[in-house]
Ligand binder design. Structure first.
Ligand code: SAM
Ligand code: SF4
Length: 335
């Protein structure tokens, strides 16, 4: 069967599935203060439609899935979807990105259903700051979620930290210190201008070269390491002798598009071949009709139009870009 290749020969074996655009938090870099209008429930893909889409793509080389949102754990009975997806022949790895607030109570059922890995987003270890960034999050609950992820054997466990100048860059050292004696993988992520290339983004954006400077100042010798499983575009390092690693994801300053293997499915059933651009195709009606040939053809069409690069760096300098950036916010795409 035809494989998931784009016009630049990039193989796509990875689908990020947003299961909801809703969230219990309102992170400053992800949602505007006034919130976004959530999609009505009847416009959101059902679990059956998601499973139908994945079943259509598995014979084309799809191997890895990531469940995301919005906050995936606000969707009811997520373990049922995980069980449906993990039973599809060819699917080898299912991961989830979560803010961790509801993870402690759900980790056991998710693991049992076949979820392999979790990425937990945590941008500050200080409660007052975390509450400000997330507009209401509690560090304690995220750490309980992290603890449950360890207990139930998710492996590897990654912590996603979006770095923002003047907001949490003074905690880089504290986050790396977490990896010294725990087998955690901290991933520092550049702040991306998704749906919001504003001046406030430009002034808060921080290139990740800062992390190397912090290690030098702390007197930590670091070494490059092979990243943990599913590491995608992260550059991985370790403080010599540490139990865990840290990774740098530079989507803006050093775009990683050459090796992009990702496709995205939004909660309302649109295919996005590139995170950043506005181009989308609505696959949900085909999934609802069980039309697997139609689903495959639509994904190939989306891949045919996938651009070579995302060009986010041009937004920093307010330069002309070759396509139109999406107006969706990150919570509406899935990160
Ligand atoms: N709610 C879940 C969470 O926060 O982990 C999953 C969805 S969230 C959109 C997925 C990831 O995108 C999170 O790690 C979040 O920190 C990251 N993210 C959101 N907006 C971002 C932005 N503008 N730049 C970089 N990362 C962003
Ligand atoms: Fe919610 Fe995740 Fe966006 Fe924060 S980053 S508002 S937790 S979807």
């Amino acid at each position: 069967m035809e494989q998931l290749l784009d016009s630049f020969g990039r193989e796509h074996d990875y689908l990020r599935i947003s299961v909801t655009d809703r969230c219990n938090l309102r992170c400053v870099y992800c949602m505007p203060a006034e919130g976004v209008v959530f999609q009505p429930h009847d416009e959101i893909m059902s679990y059956e439609e998601i499973a139908e889409t994945v079943s259509a793509l598995a014979p084309m080389g799809l191997r890895k899935l990531r469940i995301t949102g919005g906050e995936p754990l606000v969707r009811k009975d997520l373990d049922k979807l995980i069980a449906m997806l993990s039973g599809i022949p060819g699917i080898e790895d299912i991961a989830m990105t979560t803010n961790g607030m509801f993870l402690a109570g759900k980790a056991a059922a998710l693991k049992q259903a076949g979820l392999n890995r979790v990425n937990i987003s945590l941008d500050s270890l200080r409660q007052d700051r975390f509450a400000m960034i997330t507009r209401g999050g509690e560090v304690r609950r995220v750490l309980e979620g992290l603890q449950a992820a360890v207990e139930f054997g998710f492996d590897p466990i990654k912590l996603n930290v979006v770095l923002m100048k003047g907001v949490n860059d003074d905690e880089i050292r504290d986050f790396i210190a977490l990896t010294l004696d725990k087998p955690l993988h901290v991933r520092f992520i550049e702040y991306m201008p998704i749906g919001s290339a504003t001046d406030s983004w430009r002034s808060t954006y921080l290139p990740l070269s800062t992390v190397d400077e912090v290690c030098r100042e702390a007197g930590w010798e670091t070494e490059d390491v092979a990243g943990p499983r599913g590491n995608g575009p992260a550059e991985s390092k370790r403080v010599v002798g540490a139990a865990g690693t840290f990774g740098l994801i530079h989507p803006v300053s050093e775009h990683f598009c050459d090796n992009c293997n990702r496709l995205r499915l939004t909660a309302d059933g649109h295919i996005k071949a590139c995170l950043y651009w506005s181009d989308e195709l609505h696959v949900r009606p085909l999934a609802a009709a069980g039309d697997r040939e139609g689903i495959r053809a639509m994904f190939l069409k989306a891949l045919g139009g996938k651009p070579k690069n995302h060009e986010m760096a041009l937004a920093l300098e307010k330069k002309q870009q070759s396509h139109t950036p999406t107006v969706r916010r990150m919570s509406q795409i899935g990160g």
